[in-house]
Design a protein around this ligand. Structure first.
Ligand SMILES: Nc1nc2c(c(=O)[nH]1)N[C@H]1C(S)=C(S)[C@@H](COP(=O)(O)OP(=O)(O)OC[C@H]3O[C@@H](n4cnc5c(=O)[nH]c(N)nc54)[C@H](O)[C@@H]3O)O[C@H]1N2
Ligand SMILES: Nc1nc2c(c(=O)[nH]1)N[C@H]1C(S)=C(S)[C@@H](COP(=O)(O)OP(=O)(O)OC[C@H]3O[C@@H](n4cnc5c(=O)[nH]c(N)nc54)[C@H](O)[C@@H]3O)O[C@H]1N2
Ligand SMILES: [Mo]
Length: 814
């Protein structure tokens, strides 16, 4: 592990202090339009050119110039042509035999090929029966997940559009990504922060002296964006590396980002889940040395006094000294003091990722981070404060003056001849997304959420389109049991995912390469408008989600299809969206060609750079005048103590940031238990592309890798390349050992997203799906967020029988 020394810090700080001006305010990413040839299309990973030979995609590559390569952009051919594709509509044998009272068990049955018409009829009849018997709330259409990019082919939205027409459905609240942060942050700073524009890249490069990457791996996570990647985030971190600034990465793992920074960053490795203690230790040191900004705390925050009483141990008898923090975090007290010193010396930007809040009591992480930033007093200054979206969707790339595309919505927008008065839109009952298993297990039961008492629906039917619940949800074996409860499960998928293999009816869906669409890039920047062109014809019998739900709408009642489509086909929808973007562009004085020309040109449109946006500093207005520009909190200030949260009375979310020892963490590990981290993978988007050729670059002994600290491995006689069994009382998985000094002793990591592939005999997951091991608990009753990174496991060298990997094989007949 890199030793943190004062000298190495000073070296960095000295080089940057005041003098640095590596950029004037210019757009970061290249301005050349596009490069290369082929069909221009796009995915989450950015605009790409696709090359076709004999009706097959043979290559995809970036359509934007780039310094840092993005491995995900190479996966196009595999996405379309993998053996894992669903070819035909398929029905589980025991379901087909008796749909109203099925035989067999989901996940253990065979599949039978049916025609599209048969599949439609079967779904329609059973959906109608379930809906009329149990009511609209019994139909779950929340269907969370990272469906492909595009403003028309939006799987879940189209599902919900159809379900709205059918009379409504149950849905979900929030997401897996930021479940805790997006609920706590509005109480603290009045906005969710996680999906908001950051102080821009140029401002950080010009003004920050110290940049802290707190539990954040941007060189992985910036390979994608929700709309489509504009490429600027990876380029920013490339620039930051070259800037000579002091960069400190706090992560139990030497992530790809820390490797990328090499000598240009300092690595601090706390035990997982202990960040609040580490921040408290730093806060104590600031306070003890009088380095906290009292004027800022007085003017811009409330409740610091109550927090201070806790920090100093006046309220609970425990002073949160650096020594106290060292014992919990495994970071030496001297280094904690040094961090306080460095943070308070120059202009410091505390950037944080989200893995740290995908943990039990995850709400405390970013609350404490904001508290620490408040003590440093730089919130609202150029290059200072905190930022929760620098690792995501190119946060910090200045917003362009742009013609922004609208998108299809879950409610019918008019334009139909059949009338839409019977189209009800919006979910009737929504529960926090990561509580799906709790909901299935507890129909009709009340629960607490962010100060409200809510009731779980009684789910009898699930239709999932555009997500991968069997890889994304925690405690797979508990999920499999709960998943048996509904009377019908339909999965719309391009691939035979584990969820598809646990469905009654599976519908083959096109990939984005097999249909036309449009997207913006950058999420915050809206830097480009990109045609997502059809590259090849739909494979096998696959159909677009749009077609499927339009057809299903016609079955709801004659004329339903016209209501659903508003009488427009794919290209008419796209032209409509484009025309609206063009109208908006015109008022911003941006010229966009007519749609037909744009489509024929095979080029993206780069939106106009805006100098003022490039100078954006988050919370600057609040800092300048907190009375005229109050935050959206009850006090209008940063709430270090929240009376609202106090009023909820939740034991698992106290009224100021607090260190709460988790149920399963390094401090409670016994008998050789290790803490399991499940970070996001470099060469996947969650479970997507797990089947792709690029897997050969990371798989170990043809299994998902597990990173194990050298000493932990030696103690168990494990070497790199060994097959390892990781297990706990929730399940067991087979993984390939990667022995390394690049992970904190006492912790292991299996990246999220490996497709569950449970051996029928032993139940062991042959593909190393980490959620087989994770516990399915909420972050707290405040946010009910996903807390996947909260589990202990044991590991041993695997000595059992050879088990063939079957994760990517279609079922027999499939
Ligand atoms: N242990 C652990 N678990 C985690 C996490 C973690 O950190 N640790 N992270 C969590 C987070 S942050 C997230 S966001 C979730 C991600 O969970 P998901 O978003 O569910 O994961 P993806 O693998 O991206 O699933 C997208 C699915 O949609 C399918 N798909 C793609 N395009 C289309 C389309 O056009 N139509 C249809 N019908 N289907 C399509 C893909 O084939 C894929 O199966 O995982 C969560 N789970
Ligand atoms: N390539 C790629 N990019 C992605 C995704 C993907 O699957 N693949 N997923 C996208 C999505 S939906 C999301 S939500 C984001 C996820 O973004 P994040 O949630 O920020 O990503 P993670 O990989 O879960 O965590 C980031 C870092 O936190 C570290 N970490 C884990 N536990 C701790 C801890 O207790 N303390 C500290 N200090 N650090 C810890 C991990 O080792 C990792 O390096 O990424 C997005 N980008
Ligand atoms: Mo996410």
């Amino acid at each position: 592990m890199t030793q943190l020394s004062r000298r190495s810090f000073l070296k960095g700080t000295g080089a940057t202090a005041g003098a640095l001006a590596v950029t004037s305010i210019v757009p970061m990413s290249a301005q050349a339009k596009t490069q290369g040839s082929g069909v221009l299309t796009a995915g989450r990973m950015g605009p790409m050119y696709a090359t076709v030979k004999d009706g097959m995609i043979v290559e995809t590559k970036s359509a934007l110039p780039q310094t840092v390569p993005n491995s995900l952009q190479l996966t196009g051919p595999d996405q379309v042509h993998t053996k894992a594709r669903v070819k035909y509509p398929m029905v589980r044998k025991g379901y087909l035999a008796n749909p109203a009272n099925p035989e067999g068990v989901r996940g253990k049955d065979e599949y039978v090929r049916v025609s599209w018409d048969e599949a439609y009829k079967l779904i329609h009849e059973q959906h109608s029966r379930i809906r009329s018997t149990y009511g609209a709330e019994s139909v779950f259409a929340g269907a969370y997940g990272w469906r492909s990019s595009g403003v028309l082919h939006k799987a879940q939205t189209l599902l919900q559009r159809y379900m709205s027409m059918a009379g409504g459905y149950s849905g979900h609240l929030g997401d897996y990504s930021t479940g805790a942060a997006q609920v706590i942050m509005p109480h603290v700073v009045g906005s969710i922060e996680v999906y908001e524009q950051q102080t821009t890249h140029p401002v950080v490069l010009e003004h920050s002296d110290v940049v802290v990457l707190w539990g954040m791996n941007p060189m992985n996570t910036l390979k994608i964006a929700w709309s489509s990647n504009d490429g600027s985030g990876l380029e920013f971190f490339h620039q930051l590396k070259k800037s000579g600034k002091t960069v400190i990465a706090i992560d139990p793992m030497r992530s790809e980002t820390i490797e990328f920074f090499g000598e240009n960053a300092q690595w601090i490795a706390p035990h997982p889940m202990t960040d609040v203690a580490l921040m408290l230790g730093i806060a104590y040191s600031l306070q003890a040395d009088g380095k906290h900004d009292k004027a800022f705390l007085d003017k811009y925050t409330i409740g610091y006094d109550k927090f201070e009483a806790y920090l100093l141990g006046k309220s609970d008898g425990i002073a949160k000294t650096p020594e106290w923090a060292a014992a919990i975090t495994g970071v030496p007290a001297k280094q904690i003091e040094l961090l306080a010193d460095i943070f308070s010396k120059g202009r410091t930007m505390l950037m944080a990722g989200w893995g740290i809040q995908r943990q039990q009591y995850g709400e405390q992480r970013h609350w404490m981070l904001v508290t620490l930033a408040s003590m440093l007093g730089q919130i609202g200054l150029p290059g200072g404060g905190f930022g929760l979206s620098y690792h995501y969707s190119n946060g910090g790339n200045p917003a362009r003056d742009a013609g922004v595309l609208p998108a299809i919505s879950a409610s019918i927008g008019g334009g139909s001849s059949a009338g839409n008065d019977w189209a009800v839109s919006g979910a009737l009952n929504s529960f926090p997304v990561a509580r799906i298993v709790e909901a299935l297990e507890n129909p009709g039961v009340n629960y607490q959420h962010n100060g409200h008492e809510l009731t779980f629906p009684d789910i009898k039917m699930i239709w999932w389109a555009g997500g991968a619940p069997f890889t994304h949800h925690q405690d797979t074996n508990r999920l499999i049991n709960a998943w048996q409860k509904p009377e019908l499960v339909v999965i719309s998928e391009p691939y035979w995912t584990a969820a598809a293999k646990h469905a009654d009816i599976v519908l083959p869906i096109t990939t984005s390469f097999e249909r036309n669409d449009l997207t913006m890039t950058g999420d915050y920047s809206n830097q480009h408008l990109v045609p997502m062109k059809k590259v090849v014809e739909p494979q096998f019998e696959s159909r677009d989600d749009f077609t499927v739900f339009a057809d299903m709408s016609e079955m709801l009642r004659p004329g339903g299809k016209d209501v659903f489509t508003e009488g427009k086909d794919e290209m008419e929808w796209l032209k409509g969206f484009y025309d609206e973007a063009q109208k908006a562009a015109r008022s911003a004085r941006i010229r966009m060609p007519k749609f037909n020309k744009f489509w024929a040109d095979n080029e993206l449109i780069e939106m106009k750079f805006n100098k003022k946006n490039a100078e954006f500093v988050r919370h600057a207005a609040f800092r300048t005048d907190p009375v005229m520009n109050p935050l959206g909190t009850p006090s209008g200030k940063i709430e270090i103590y929240s009376r609202t949260i106090e009023g909820f009375g939740y034991k698992d979310c106290p009224a100021h940031p607090t260190w709460l020892a988790p149920d399963e963490w390094t401090g409670s590990a016994k008998d050789g238990e290790l803490q399991l981290m499940t970070a996001h993978a470099a060469h996947r988007l969650h479970s997507q592309f797990n089947y792709a050729k690029i897997r050969e670059e990371y798989a170990i002994t043809n299994r998902e890798p597990i990173s194990i600290n050298t000493e932990d491995a030696a103690a168990r006689g494990i070497k790199t390349g060994d097959l390892v069994r990781a297990y706990n009382n929730r399940g067991q998985v087979l993984v390939g050992a990667l022995v390394t000094d690049g992970i904190k002793k006492g912790s292991v990591c299996i990246h999220e997203g490996a497709w569950p592939d449970l051996d029928a005999q032993t139940g062991i997951c042959k593909n190393g799906g980490p959620n087989v091991l994770t516990s399915d608990i909420p972050t707290s009753r405040l946010a009910n967020g996903c807390a996947a990174n909260s589990s202990l496991v044991k590991i041993e060298k695997y000595e059992g029988p050879v088990l063939a990997l079957t994760a990517f094989d279609p079922p027999v007949n499939g």
